[in-house]
Write a protein that binds this ligand. Structure first.
Ligand code: ZN
Ligand code: ZN
Ligand code: FE
Length: 741
């Protein structure tokens, strides 16, 4: 990865070993020419591997002899070639160890300075206004460097050589605490007062890297409850920040892999099992989302005595996108935060915290934003630039150009006006950054005629390509692995997507590849959905459609089911065929099962019933004795057994467990048969349903008994709709190549 201080690092290393030559950012990576004695060259090479900045992520080092040029010095050369560089903008980086040591050193120029950074750390994507990336084109443009900062900036031997946001307390921006929109304490005093407020159970809006957080003491039940009330967030879990790994370990159970994700340069929120219940933080949920500090300010807050489990949730009301401009924050968070800790450095664009978790198939990214975006997610050759607009929920946008697929940060749900604005800005942003003329584009969009992203595509110049939602899910997985020619059997399970026949799909099985196309070879037994996608909020409404396919139902109004009137009303729609739509959605099947096991109320956030069901199942028996039949994705025998078991008093947790096992079993049985039929040895799984960790665990267990078959799932982009744009881009890239031959 370029732009992470790698060239200055090479410079210092070469000087340390008295080597001469140059270093240069080149198209395919970094070119280094070094001249000197063999021992020193070897030492240089060893240390190059060992000491490189962590964010550089060296994939490979090739060494070849070169002609001796007898240079008398070592220098950093500016790029000579005119072509577009492979990577123009790098993701934001967490503050590095060297900067932290300086920040806590009372003798240092940047002692306790919340905007300390160097070439190996600090903001990038969130401060860039335009290209090329230099100070005048960042949100630091209004601060002139002092003589000391300028000296560091100009000196190739300095860790801050060409660190664009370099600043110090003498010349740079500060933090100011606002109460009732009036500025008050500044710098250290502002941080001290914010910490006192947090300890007193108050809610403080804290400006971060890509937006505002709302912070409060996670162990203060009153504060957490007040935050939920003011934020109109009834039950959706809050993410926490802890000062270090040690305190994170006290709150959640962390595997080695979890810890690796936590400390990775993206510093995402990591979901892990809670050790104890923090009331109100994550209702009905066994997991807590936890992250470590990543800006200097976070470290200063904890150092000043902030509570060691701090709620740090995106600053917004209910489903609005995160606030990132100061005026917008004051406006939208009025009455929500007791004070605002406002950093003077503006944020150029909204970048949420990323969310990840470990799974039996490796780390899974559930929300790809800060620390990952707008990095390349895969190499993707195409004959023209491809702009893929994603899906309307959990939207991201992908631009494939120069052989790489750049995936935007998580944008959100486009039915929200602010998110739609952000979506359009992101498209403009990407085209500008990579210098793409909109007329040259192949624009790829979802086939849903009512999607805002599809309507936006209609307004763009350039060629258009519609890609079916569930095929895009499967393509996202093979695109990540740079295996678009690979024949696979793909299971695309999610809540909703526009099907070839106009019905609501979500339980689709394909055979083929991105190159040859994906043929639908199986699907969930169809049901109907009263109210269509509106049923996604009400599990008993989905249940009315699915249970309609069953004979001899007991009265579900009675115990132990206790369905509310809403169920009867939905059944009425089904019987009359009014506002009732055919569906193959596995997401709604999960909702139906959740309803049968007790989730009979309305959901307060997307996916809640399925998450509830997974957590219920995790508390169930792991004996492996019980598994429900799901032959060829027919849910009828499965639901029949669930109702019978529930009626005779089997525990809901055990039933939920057996349901997960049944889905895993049915999927793999069908998958391996289809693999044989279609001469494939890879089963791809993608779509929101596969965010379910228990389902993946059950699949992994079963897989160990199988030969030949391998399972691929997403690892660079989310399995949910956040991954759709990459899949679309892959389909577009292949289409562009075949149309030119
Ligand atoms: Zn640093
Ligand atoms: Zn300065
Ligand atoms: Fe989807």
């Amino acid at each position: 990865m370029q732009g992470v201080g790698f060239r200055p690092f090479v410079y210092r290393l070469a000087r340390r070993h008295s080597l001469r030559g140059w270093v240069l950012n080149a198209e395919e990576g970094v070119d280094i020419h070094v001249e000197g004695g063999k021992a020193r060259l070897n030492a240089f090479l060893t240390e190059l591997r060992l000491e490189a900045p962590p964010a550089a992520g060296i994939a490979d080092i090739e060494v070849a002899p070169a002609d001796l040029r007898a240079f008398d010095d070592f220098e950093i050369r500016s790029s000579t070639r005119g072509g577009p560089p492979t990577v123009r903008i790098t993701p934001d980086l967490p503050v590095c160890q060297a900067c932290l040591s300086e920040m806590f050193d009372a003798e240092d120029q940047r002692y306790r300075y919340p905007y300390i950074n160097c070439t190996e750390c600090g903001p990038r994507f969130s401060i860039i206004l335009g290209l090329p990336y230099d100070r005048e084109q960042t949100t630091m443009k209004d601060w002139a460097m002092c003589a000391d900062c300028a000296r560091a900036y100009e000196d190739p031997a300095d860790r801050r050589f060409h660190a664009q946001p370099v600043a110090c307390p003498a010349c740079g921006p500060l933090y100011v605490l606002y109460r009732e929109r009036q500025p008050g304490a500044k710098a250290g005093a502002a941080i001290g007062e914010a910490v006192r407020m947090l300890r007193d159970g108050m809610i403080v809006a804290v400006k971060g890297l890509g937006g505002y957080h709302l912070a409060c003491d996670a162990q203060n039940e009153e504060a957490v409850r007040a935050l939920r009330r003011r934020k109109y967030r009834k039950e959706k879990p809050f993410a926490l920040m802890t000062p270090d790994l040690e305190s994170a370990r006290g709150l959640v159970v962390l595997s080695e892999e979890d810890e690796a994700i936590l400390v990775s340069t993206a510093r995402p929120i990591v979901l892990a099992s809670a050790r104890r219940i923090l009331p109100g933080v994550a209702p009905d949920n066994r997991d807590i989302g936890i992250m470590l500090p990543y800006t200097p300010l976070h470290y200063l807050l904890f150092d000043a005595g902030a509570p060691t489990a701090l709620v740090m949730t995106s600053a917004n009301r209910s489903s609005e996108p995160i606030a990132y401009r100061d005026d917008e924050a004051f406006e939208r968070l009025d009455g929500l935060a007791d004070a605002f800790l406002v950093g003077e450095r503006p944020i150029a664009r909204r970048v949420d915290d990323s969310v990840a978790r470990s799974s039996p198939f490796g780390a899974v990214i559930l929300r790809r934003a800060r620390g990952y975006a707008p990095g390349a997610a895969a190499r993707l050759p195409a004959s023209q630039p491809i702009l893929a607009l994603g899906a309307d929920l959990k939207n991201t946008v992908t631009l494939a150009v120069d052989g790489q697929a750049f995936v935007s940060q998580h944008i959100g749900d486009l039915d929200h006006y602010d998110a739609l604005q952000a979506f359009q800005e992101t498209v403009r942003d990407l085209l500008e950054m990579y210098d793409v003329d909109p007329d040259d584009l192949l624009v790829v969009h979802d086939r849903h005629p009512q999607y805002a992203s599809k309507r936006f595509a209609d307004e763009l110049p350039g060629e258009k390509l519609g890609v079916q939602h569930h095929r895009a899910h499967i393509a996202s997985v093979t695109a990540e692995r740079e295996a678009v020619g690979q024949t696979v059997v793909g299971f695309s399970f999610d809540g909703t997507g526009f099907g070839d026949d106009g019905s609501i799909w979500g339980g689709e099985v394909f055979a083929g590849s991105v190159v040859e196309g994906f043929r639908r070879v199986a699907h969930l037994q169809p049901a109907v959905l009263p109210g269509g996608d509106a049923a996604a909020k009400v599990p008993v409404q989905a249940a009315a459609g699915f249970l309609h396919e069953l004979d001899g139902l007991p009265d579900l109004k009675d115990a132990p089911f206790g369905f509310p009137d809403r169920y009867e009303q939905a059944c009425e729609l089904v019987r009359k065929g009014v506002r009732t739509f055919p569906t193959t959605s596995v997401g709604r099947l999960f909702d139906t099962v959740a309803a049968l096991l007790g989730f009979t109320r309305e959901m307060t956030f997307e996916g809640q019933a399925a998450i509830w069901l997974e957590h219920l199942a995790r508390s169930g028996s792991n004996s492996g004795a019980r598994s429900y039949p799901f032959p060829d994705l027919d849910f009828r025998p499965l639901l029949t057994r669930i109702i019978a078991d529930r009626a005779r008093g089997v525990s809901a947790a055990d039933i939920a467990r057996a349901f997960h096992r049944g889905i895993a079993h049915g999927l793999l049985e069908l998958g391996s048969r289809l693999c044989e039929e279609h001469d494939a040895d890879v089963i791809v799984v993608s779509g929101g349903v596969f965010q379910n960790q228990l389902l993946l665990t059950e699949m992994k267990t079963l897989l160990e008994k199988m030969e030949r078959v391998e399972i691929w799932t997403n690892r660079a982009v989310p399995p949910n709709d956040g991954g759709i744009s990459l899949g679309q881009a892959a389909m577009g890239a292949v289409a562009s190549l075949s149309s030119t031959t």
